[in-house]
Design a binder for this molecule. Structure first.
Ligand SMILES: [Zn+2]
Ligand SMILES: [Zn+2]
Length: 534
């Protein structure tokens, strides 16, 4: 009896590793730190440095996800109520940037010559894409060459069922209008808007359909797949309607009924009536081949033909049309595969800089960023599970993009085909259950929001912390950095890294507390309470 009691007691004792992990989380440290080897070029000294993994999901790394969320909130706050245009003239390029761009030019010339001579350019293309990455890393915005996607020109005739929108010339201004109160005080209000998808059938308070049989899962799936494109359209229309370069910070998340909706902070305002007008005129047409007929079910899948790099009909031996051929076959009289629109229900409120409302809205915007789309509302009941299951089933055979394997099911070769494609097994994110059909970015920020990238915002916080601790930022060009891989003699296993991280954290915390106390003694508390080491 004592033995089993002891065993039960032993079973209740926590594992040492779990304790370290918990400790790391309590200290706000990354639990999956990446090991880098840093060499000091002046002294030749080699040091091991552990950097945070930077994951955005709390289920993977709570501390990194929380830090990313705080950064996003800072980015949102900084751009929302700007009263000066955020983007100045870019700095002139430095020597390193010039060097990479020159190398890139040479490589492009070589590649084009090889191509003209009919030679294989795969290696040159790889080199070019590596160089592009170096150019980006050296702090240059954009690409030296535009992406090669050849745009097809589809008829842009307007839909007859959609009202026209008055159009103004879009000026370069990104700041909204100012209003003057009778007292003479001026206000520059901004907006917080929430847009939803249309109804697919009535749902109960738990988000599940009252009548699952008539709920339009296909429409729901397609709207989710094309949600990002529809939002783009909305912004284009908004800019043309208001006549200035409207800026936004937006977050996409699911409603309880599992359809995406979007919270948008917008610089400047418009009335509810104007917003209703823009929404009524906003739609996105998907000009893809028809999918109403299953031509090849799982028992009769098209066969890969290696010599031509195409798929064959197994019954007739004929080639399936290529993606471009299938697009060309869509005639002027045909309808688009799908038309996406926002629902009629929306939410809009004016928000003043620095108000409590503004903080509350920023809270909404970043609330769910550390969770997977599907985890934002946990499915608990049988009905909720069945609803999620039906949506996932519908998404299984919906084509997610021109390269989707599902096109084979409808008798069309996907774009950029290769061997081994199977309908229902596309690797596109949109089909995965945790994405609910939306594979786009969770946070959508326009280019001139705060005039800073997330990296800039991160640098701001690091600079604050270093100044606080009285440490000078290390001279970047003095060090080289290499990743440490498991075969290396100095590689630290994860458990060992975690111990180091916890020790470092305790040191940082102690130093920071002291520094805060010093600063408070001098000048009160005007320091952010959230400063953390990167
Ligand atoms: Zn982490
Ligand atoms: Zn797909």
């Amino acid at each position: 009896m004592t033995r089993s009691g002891t065993r039960a007691e032993r079973m209740r004792m926590p594992f040492a590793r779990d304790v370290v992990r918990e400790l790391a989380i309590t200290h706000g440290a990354c639990i999956r730190p990446v090991q880098l080897r840093r060499t000091d070029l002046h002294t030749g000294q080699v040091e091991q440095v552990l950097v945070p993994c930077g994951h955005t999901l709390a289920s993977v790394c709570p501390a990194c996800a929380e830090r990313k969320k705080a950064l996003r909130a800072a980015q949102c706050r900084e751009g929302w109520h700007l009263d000066r245009e955020p983007v100045g003239t870019p700095d002139p390029p430095d020597d390193e940037q010039l060097m990479w761009v020159e190398l890139r030019s040479d490589a492009q010339k070589r590649r084009d010559a090889a191509r003209a001579a009919g030679q294989d350019t795969a290696e040159d293309d790889q080199l070019n894409s590596d160089l592009d990455e170096q150019i980006t890393r050296s702090g240059v915005r954009g690409k030296v060459l535009p992406n090669q996607a050849a745009r097809r020109h589809r008829s842009t005739r307007r839909r007859q069922d959609t009202p026209d929108l008055p159009r103004r010339k879009v000026t370069a201004r990104t700041i909204g209008k100012t209003y003057t109160a009778p007292s003479g005080k001026t206000f520059r209000p901004s907006m917080f808007i929430t847009l939803t998808c249309p109804s697919y059938g009535r749902v109960g308070p738990d988000g599940t359909p009252i009548d699952p049989g008539s709920y339009d899962y296909r429409q729901a799936a397609r709207d989710a797949l094309h949600f990002a494109a529809l939002f783009d359209r909305f912004i284009q229309n908004l800019r043309r309607f208001l006549g200035y370069d409207v800026q936004y910070f937006a977050a996409v998340e699911p409603q309880r009924r599992l359809a995406p909706h979007i919270h948008i902070a917008i610089r400047g305002t418009l009335s509810r009536t104007e917003l209703r007008q823009v929404l009524a005129a906003t739609y996105h047409q998907v000009w893809w081949p028809p999918t109403d007929q299953v031509k090849h079910d799982d028992a009769h899948l098209p066969v890969w033909h290696d010599a031509s790099g195409r798929y064959l009909d197994p019954a007739t031996g004929e080639f399936l049309p290529t993606w471009d051929e299938a697009l060309d076959a869509i005639g002027c009289e045909d309808d688009p595969l799908h038309v996406a629109r926002f629902g009629q229900r929306f939410d809009a409120q004016g928000v003043l800089a620095g108000s409590r409302d503004a903080s509350k809205c920023i809270g909404y915007l970043v609330k769910y960023l550390t969770k997977h789309i599907a985890d934002c509302h946990g499915t608990q009941t049988g009905a909720q599970n069945a609803h999620a299951e039906r949506l996932a089933d519908t998404l299984r055979y919906e084509p997610c993009s021109p390269t989707c394997a599902n096109w084979l099911r409808y008798g069309v070769t996907p774009k950029n085909p290769h061997q081994g494609l199977r309908p229902g097994r596309c690797h596109g994110k949109a089909h995965r259950r945790e994405h609910l059909g939306y594979a786009g970015r969770r946070v959508l920020v326009s280019r001139k929001w705060s005039g800073k990238t997330l990296t800039d915002h991160r640098a701001d916080r690091q600079a604050w912390l270093l100044a606080m601790l009285g440490i000078s930022a290390a001279d970047a060009s003095r060090y080289t950095w290499e990743p440490v891989t498991p075969g290396d003699p100095d590689h630290m296993p994860p458990a060992q890294r975690l111990l180091h991280v916890v020790a470092d954290r305790q040191r940082w915390h102690a130093a920071l507390t002291q520094a805060r106390a010093r600063a408070n003694g001098k000048q009160g508390t005007d320091l952010p309470a959230t400063g953390r080491a990167a």
